[in-house]
Design a protein around this ligand. Structure first.
Ligand SMILES: *[C@@H]1O[C@H](CO)[C@@H](O)[C@H](O)[C@H]1NC(C)=O
Ligand SMILES: *[C@@H]1O[C@H](CO)[C@@H](O)[C@H](O)[C@H]1NC(C)=O
Ligand SMILES: *[C@@H]1O[C@H](CO)[C@@H](O)[C@H](O)[C@H]1NC(C)=O
Ligand SMILES: *[C@@H]1O[C@H](CO)[C@@H](O)[C@H](O)[C@H]1NC(C)=O
Ligand SMILES: *[C@@H]1O[C@H](CO)[C@@H](O)[C@H](O)[C@H]1NC(C)=O
Ligand SMILES: *[C@@H]1O[C@H](CO)[C@@H](O)[C@H](O)[C@H]1NC(C)=O
Ligand SMILES: *[C@@H]1O[C@H](CO)[C@@H](O)[C@H](O)[C@H]1NC(C)=O
Ligand SMILES: *[C@@H]1O[C@H](CO)[C@@H](O)[C@H](O)[C@H]1NC(C)=O
Ligand SMILES: *[C@@H]1O[C@H](CO)[C@@H](O)[C@H](O)[C@H]1NC(C)=O
Length: 668
């Protein structure tokens, strides 16, 4: 770690520490400044512009951080741009996590070691297609909180977090011997409704307080005057973001309106685009990205390519947009490096463009990692969620007359089971309603007396006919599919957020089971206990619906011996399965949903696999597996050696709207 925080210390040690490694012309002082006269940056007093790429350490296992950074370096980039997601580091109020895959300081240290500068975007809001835009869900414990504003409770939590994070970043600033050249305040704040300058002023003040007066602070907004009006502040250098455009001068007119002098900066030049379940996988043609990058660089602009590598939304970390559409597990983004870190045609094309403007490092580019098809693995039905409640909810349920949200039962991710009894007989034409609209967040798997009834889904299905006797047990398993990360909808409460009704009367007397799926999977869902009780017969009832009960399936596979260099990365697919969650050796790989798509395979990084014991697979299938009908005891998943992210659609602009506002500018 870099531990040279003081300028006075640097004056003595800089030639030794830094001069040799970086070949600075003026080693007496490390500076990074705006040159308003010449519309550029000055780094150590010399003209500078960055050609940067976005990488999210939180979407890449630590095991692969160096490999990905080195590939970025070899593409000719001189900087990386990175967010810090608050909710990844403070999962519970006051409980901080900065080790392993969350060791942000180590990640920055690696970038520094490879000679890459860092553009830091510490939020506190980051968007990023990440759960709640990086804000911790526990902020919603104050139900009326106005996020991203001067709401005093929000500011108090932000202040506490910045007091933890920013002092860790301070020694990593360029002025202090580290790689961080600039720091972004908030993120596209101008496209949020609040337009609260006091909030921006508060942040600017806290950033200055913790990081000092020398660091260059900036803002980023969509290249639209309305956005910059609410997103910019005196003392924060205003930059813009936009994808491939015909006329770069035109695109920068908005930045020029707010910053008449100084470097032109596109902070998010889109190399691809984000996906949602149920839509095609979006791509942007290499030629279009390459041509526009050429124009940007020829114009003398500093640019950050968003994304240079997208990575993976492991576990439950994906975000969503409104009208509710969750992002899939893959964040491939059609970026120059694929989700799995592989070199693409786009990588080489963009490297060729960069090469026209600066030297790119000589020497071999690290190759794409080898992939291995481990083949089919048989899984067996193990337990339904209802059968595993003792291990999934060891502390027991919460009782409440009316439904409680996830936040109210202090569960932030995954699944909660809501249980009550039917007050009257229902003969199959008696719907339960989630009311008002969108009371189910986000998807509910409904059963009566262990007989599956069907599904309720936010924005899509709000009523369901059910069948059962008076007094029958009604189970509603609710899945949080990811919190909205953009726009007004970020106060995204999960669970049953309104009353359920049956024949217009409110269902009451709920027993609510918060499910600790992660801990249960780590203890093999209490496998030892199951052996004592005798083996589950594996048959599942359909009822009149076409669904089965949410069920865990388990299996294992060994890495073949006699083949060198195993284990290798792989991809898992779910032929005939519908929707669920998958873990390998307790590592939560994310959601699969081939029935809706576009994503078909999930990336499995090799560091979670072992050759020393069988690798355990746990699948929670929420709807229907290929062996659900009981004709077969075994279901199979399959490991293949290439990804299938799904049917794709090349965008040539305008980009699909994510906000209901036309933020896109002048597309090709
Ligand atoms: C080194 O940088 C300092 C501060 O920017 C400047 O005052 C000084 O003139 C520079 N020295 C040389 C040799 O360029
Ligand atoms: C690009 O836009 C600028 C500013 O609007 C304009 O002056 C220029 O003519 C445009 N160039 C082309 C090739 O259209
Ligand atoms: C259920 O009961 C309602 C009202 O008693 C009746 O109209 C309807 O036909 C019944 N449906 C079935 C499927 O039995
Ligand atoms: C359910 O209805 C009751 C009675 O009208 C009301 O007090 C309660 O706030 C409602 N709960 C939710 C979650 O809407
Ligand atoms: C629905 O409720 C009304 C009164 O609230 C009652 O008259 C009716 O019989 C109920 N319908 C069924 C099918 O139970
Ligand atoms: C409420 O639920 C509990 C547990 O399921 C049950 O024992 C009790 O009888 C129910 N009370 C009412 C009023 O339905
Ligand atoms: C039930 O679902 C399966 C798999 O999605 C589908 O192939 C089948 O046609 C469905 N059957 C009915 C009756 O909807
Ligand atoms: C591993 O899978 C095999 C079948 O492939 C099964 O016989 C064995 O019990 C499994 N082991 C564990 C620990 O689940
Ligand atoms: C898989 O589960 C079995 C049985 O619980 C255990 O012995 C084995 O160590 C597990 N494998 C791994 C890689 O954790």
């Amino acid at each position: 770690m870099l531990r040279v925080p003081l300028c006075t210390l640097l004056l003595l040690s800089a030639p030794l520490l830094l001069g040799a490694a970086h070949g600075f012309h003026n080693v007496s002082r490390r500076t990074f400044e705006l040159d308003y006269n010449q519309d550029r940056f000055l780094k150590d007093g010399l003209p500078f512009r960055y050609i940067s790429g976005s990488i999210h350490y939180f979407r890449i296992p630590r095991f692969y951080w160096e490999d990905r950074l080195l590939k970025m370096k070899m593409a000719g980039l001189n900087a990386i741009q990175m967010y810090v997601p608050w909710n990844f580091h403070e999962p519970q109020p006051g409980q901080y996590e900065f080790s392993g895959d969350r060791d942000v300081e180590y990640f920055i240290h690696l970038a520094h070691k490879l000679g890459l500068l860092v553009i830091l975007r510490p939020g506190p809001y980051i968007c990023a297609e990440w759960d709640m835009g990086g804000l911790p869900a526990w902020l919603l414990e104050k139900e009326s909180i106005v996020l991203r504003s001067s709401d005093p409770d929000y500011l108090a939590a932000v202040d506490k977090w910045l007091t933890v994070l920013l002092p860790k970043m301070k020694p990593l600033l360029y002025q202090n011997g580290g790689p961080i050249i600039t720091v972004q305040v908030e993120n596209e704040y101008g496209s949020y409704f609040a337009c609260d300058y006091d909030y921006l002023r508060f942040l600017a003040h806290r950033f200055r307080y913790h990081l000092g007066n020398d660091v260059l602070l900036f803002t980023t907004d969509g290249a639209n005057e309305n956005f910059l009006r609410c997103g910019t502040l005196q003392g924060l250098y205003a930059t813009v973001d936009f994808g491939a455009v015909k006329n770069i001068t035109q695109a920068f007119l908005i930045q020029r309106k707010f910053e008449p002098k100084g470097p032109l900066i596109n902070s998010e030049f889109y190399t691809g685009w984000l996906d949602h379940w149920g839509e095609p996988h979006y791509t942007v043609k290499t030629e279009i990205v390459a041509a526009s990058l050429y124009d940007l660089l020829a114009r003398g602009a500093s640019v950050n390519l968003y994304m240079f590598i997208g990575g993976t939304n492991f576990a439950y970390w994906n975000g969503a947009n409104i009208p509710y559409a969750a992002q899939p597990t893959s964040y491939d983004y059609d970026a120059p490096l694929s989700e799995a870190g592989d070199l693409t045609e786009k990588y080489f094309a963009l490297r060729n463009v960069i090469q026209k403007f600066k030297d790119v490092p000589k020497g071999p580019i690290p190759p794409s990692t080898p992939k291995f098809a481990y083949g089919k693995v048989a899984l067996r039905k193990f337990k339904t969620v209802a059968e595993a409640l003792d291990v999934l909810c060891p502390n027991g349920p919460v009782r409440s007359r009316y439904p409680l949200t996830f936040i109210q039962v202090k569960q932030y991710f995954g699944y909660v089971l809501y249980r009550t009894t039917l007050p009257q007989e229902c003969n199959g034409s008696m719907p339960i309603f989630s009311s008002p609209f969108n009371g189910v967040r986000d998807r509910a798997y409904v059963a009566v007396d262990g007989v599956p009834q069907g599904i309720l889904e936010r924005n899509r299905v709000i009523s369901l006919d059910i069948q059962g006797k008076a007094g029958a047990v009604l189970d509603i398993l609710v899945e949080n599919m990811g919190r909205v990360n953009y726009g007004r909808g970020i106060n995204d409460f999960k669970g049953l957020i309104s009353n359920m009704t049956l024949n217009f009367s409110i269902l009451t007397n709920w027993t609510i089971f918060p499910l600790d799926t992660e801990a249960a999977v780590r203890t093999h869902l209490g496998a030892w206990e199951a052996r004592d009780e005798g083996h589950h017969d594996g048959r599942l009832t359909f009822g009149s619906s076409n669904f089965t009960l949410p069920t865990f399936y388990v299996g294992n596979f060994s890495i073949p011996s006699g083949i060198p260099d195993l284990p290798q990365d792989t991809f898992i697919q779910f032929p005939g399965w519908t929707k669920g969650q998958v873990w390998i050796n307790g590592f939560n790989l994310g959601r699969y949903w081939p029935a809706r798509g576009p994503q078909v395979t999930l990336f499995v990084p090799r560091h979670i696999l072992t050759t020393s014991a069988p690798n355990n697979i746990t699948v929670l299938e929420l709807e229907r597996s290929p062996c659900s009908d009981g004709t077969s005891e075994l279901c199979t998943v399959e490991f293949v050696d290439r990804p299938i992210i799904g049917r794709s659609l090349a965008i040539s602009g305008p980009f699909p709207d994510r906000s209901g506002q036309d933020w896109w500018l002048n597309p090709l």
